[in-house]
Design a protein around this ligand. Structure first.
Ligand SMILES: O=C1C[C@@](O)(C(=O)O)C[C@@H](O)[C@@H]1O
Length: 251
């Protein structure tokens, strides 16, 4: 597994994936309280899912709050707007406004990583803007309905790399146990063939195992619940950590 780097430093040590707590509050006070609670759990990073935030339309306020959240959490911050199409919340911004929001966040250096959907029509300028300000990009793709076939998943990881990702990330919905294996297989192959870190997770109850063992199959990142989940199948961080410790001692 290739670790995710922030300012040249790996987020997690050894062969285990970085553990990320998502922050999904709707208001600044709720988010700050979530970030403080996350700090107590010592994740490797937090993700601000800004599509949940009711003040998303004010870019300057968002940038200010991103900085406060990062300070409160005491760990690097991944800044993410998840679109409706890929399982996020409805927001009042159109895609050019989202790109503008990302530009402000990157310009002000208030996020350590940004998540950009590779299906966004503005993916290229968003990646370019982040790169201009030295902010690494996680290029992501989510399918909440199904698990695409292996070749499609591999093509998605390759697409992330070709678009200039620092990290490629896929989250899919399994309909069978075999689907979970397909996701793990794609993650393993991509981790062995691409020169960027990759992350793969299967969602929902069937996919929960992938959040625990994904690192064994090359996934550099897993999401765990601090106070509230941002996607189905996420495991509370204390339980996930205990399971990862078992894998570490077995490995
Ligand atoms: O891309 C991801 C992965 C995710 O969908 C998950 O299944 O854990 C959770 C999202 O918050 C994050 O942006």
């Amino acid at each position: 597994m290739k670790p995710i780097l922030v300012r040249g430093q790996p987020l997690a040590q050894g062969a285990l994936p970085a553990v990320c707590i998502p922050l999904v509050g709707k208001t600044a006070p709720a988010l700050l309280s979530e970030a403080r609670a996350a700090a107590a759990k010592q994740p490797h990073l937090v993700e601000w899912r800004v599509d949940f935030f009711e003040g998303i339309a004010d870019a300057s306020a968002v940038a200010g709050l991103a900085q406060e959240l990062r300070t409160a959490a005491g760990v690097p911050l991944l800044f993410t707007r998840r679109s409706r199409r890929e399982g996020g919340e409805a927001i009042a911004l159109d895609e050019p406004q989202v790109a503008d929001l990302y530009r402000v966040v990157c310009e002000r250096q208030v996020a350590d990583l940004v998540d950009v959907e590779m299906e966004s029509p503005l993916v290229a300028p968003m990646v370019a803007a982040a790169g201009q300000h030295g902010v690494p990009t996680v290029l992501s793709f989510h399918d909440f309905q199904r698990t695409p076939p292996l070749q499609e998943l591999l093509a998605r990881f390759r697409q992330a790399k070709d678009l200039g990702a620092d990290v490629g990330k896929l989250a899919v919905m399994p309909r069978s146990k075999a689907d979970v294996l397909v996701l793990l297989q794609a993650t393993l192959q991509a981790s062995e063939t691409l020169d960027i870190p990759v992350a793969g997770m299967a969602m929902g109850p069937l996919g929960a195992v992938s959040r625990v063992c994904g690192g064994v199959f090359g996934s550099a990142l897993t999401f765990a619940v601090g106070q509230a989940a941002s996607a189905p199948g996420q495991i509370p961080i204390d339980e996930l950590r205990a399971a990862l410790a078992v894998l570490r001692s077995a490995g």
